[in-house]
Design a protein around this ligand. Structure first.
Ligand code: GAP
Length: 458
């Protein structure tokens, strides 16, 4: 983990937040490389969940929601972790994270009894800071989907089974944020709520567990390090009938990367029921709530509240997993080693770096610029020109950030070495095999595409 954290900072992936003021626990910032990796992972998820299917549509809902949403979703009453205080050093810890009843900070055994601590972050809306202005930052993106369920059904041509997908920020006031970006207080989730006919839910649950497992393997995770874990009944969230976690062997241990829950009709039912009940209260007379039943036509054409299968993955945990999986230290011989991030092509922040061999050779730099322009047009992704004059150093940097290809423009390319056969050719270096091949400039795009297609099919 320490090596990965150091690489992330050194190479522009992830920085501690507010670092110049001493940092803020549980918050991180993504640098120029990190944002690319994160966006690429989210894009791959959206591609798989929305564009490659006919039964899922997207959504982007607010991160701050009406307090009633969390009252009726059950989060205000139950979304808490057990908190204990150390009476000696005043440290605060999650009781279920302690290996023994002892303070992990000072070793004292004088701990308070565990008490529930609600993880939702609060804010106030508008200029008056009183309880009526209280609102919550969402602890999961899911509630934004449930409260928009009727909007989507009314405005789109959807029929169960269908899903609504969302990627967005969630906030949790974690008692002990830890393990780099694994447990943080502000993070992103990639969530799907897939609405099905009650009775078909168990089958759909198994289907999504398998889909999600295979998707993570496509992101480069080693199947041996990826495990399915059935949550025992006593650990299930208040809304779940069953949950399968996908666990990954992170540097700090084998822990949850994604959870796939069968949420039954808990959320749609509870928002419907409660809103119906509210019709009897003053609130509706004030016209604050409409009476809505969150139902759709089921298989036999009668109105039903669908069941929901929910695959929910954390973006930061995904980034940590793919970084950890990709991080490789290789011995090159003669005491030389290299660090290389073996990221899949579609996740790599920079796809190709073009390197002129001689920094001050105008002709060479012009050819490099022409190649960059051509590659950018081909829409392979982020392409950079790096004119440092030190190809060896550039190779090392690009290995560490996972750039799949480096192209070197040299004297042969511009015809200065007198070999006419090599004119308009360049060296293409493969990050993983370190193989270097000579290719005509005009064949570069087709070659890179072919190799990638072959690797994607493997
Ligand atoms: N809507 C369901 C839900 O939120 P969850 O198991 O609490 O379920 C889903 O969270 C995923 O969100 C987790 O598997 C994890 O990847 C991510 N996640 C949850 N809390 C997190 C935290 N404090 N920091 C980073 N990621 C977190």
């Amino acid at each position: 983990m320490d090596e990965l954290v150091a690489l992330c900072k050194r190479r522009g992936f992830i920085y501690p937040s507010s670092a110049i003021y001493g940092g803020l626990k549980g918050f991180f910032d993504f640098g120029p490389m990190g944002i690319e990796l994160k966006n690429n992972l989210k894009r791959a998820w959206w591609q798989h969940m929305v564009y490659l299917r006919d039964d899922i549509v997207g959504l982007d809902s607010s991160t701050i929601m009406h307090p009633d949403v969390f009252q009726y979703s059950g989060h205000l009453d139950t979304f808490s972790d057990p908190l204990v205080d150390c009476k000696t050093c005043k440290g605060r810890f999650r009781a279920d994270h302690l290996e023994k009843p002892q303070c992990p900070q000072c070793g004292s055994a004088t701990l308070t009894e565990p008490r529930p601590f609600n993880l939702m972050m609060k804010t106030t809306l508008g200029p008056i800071d009183d309880p009526s202005a209280l609102a919550y930052l969402r602890p999961e993106t899911a509630q934004g989907i449930f409260v928009n369920f009727k909007h989507v059904v009314d405005s789109m041509n959807v029929k169960i089974p269908f899903g609504i997908a969302q990627i967005g920020k969630s906030y949790r006031n974690e008692i002990t944020p830890r393990n780099f970006i694994f447990r943080v207080r502000e993070f992103e989730q990639m969530e799907l709520e897939f609405f099905v006919q009650p009775g078909s839910d168990d089958q759909w649950h198994s289907y999504w567990v398998e889909q999600r497992y295979q998707w993570w393997v496509k992101q480069g995770l080693d199947p041996i390090k990826l495990k399915k874990f059935n949550q025992p009944a006593e650990d299930l969230s208040h809304y779940a009938k069953a949950t399968v976690d996908l666990l990954y062997e992170f540097p700090h241990g084998c822990e949850e990367l994604e959870g796939i829950a069968n949420r039954t009709d808990f959320d749609l039912g509870s928002h419907s029921k409660e809103q119906n009940e509210l019709s009897l209260t003053a609130k509706v007379q004030e016209n604050k709530h409409s009476v809505t039943r969150l139902a759709v036509k089921g298989d036999d054409n009668s109105w039903i509240v669908p069941y929901v299968i929910e695959p929910s993955a954390g973006v930061e945990r995904g980034v940590l997993a793919v970084l950890h999986q990709a991080y490789t230290q290789e011995i090159l011989g003669e005491g030389q080693t290299r660090i290389v991030l073996k990221l899949p092509f579609h996740l790599a922040p920079i796809k190709v770096a073009v390197l002129p061999l001689a920094k001050n050779n105008t002709h060479m730099v012009e050819v490099a610029q022409r190649i960059v322009k051509m590659l950018k047009k081909s829409q392979l992704g982020w392409i950079v020109l790096e004119n440092t004059g030190s190809v060896g150093k550039s190779y090392r940097r690009h290995d560490e950030i996972g750039t799949p290809y480096c192209i070197t423009v040299d004297f042969d390319t511009i015809g200065q070495d007198g070999n006419p056969d090599l004119w308009e050719t360049v060296t293409l270096r493969d990050r993983d095999s370190l193989a270097q091949i000579r290719l005509p400039i005009k064949e570069l795009v087709a070659h890179i595409r072919n190799v990638q297609e072959q690797r994607d099919d493997e």
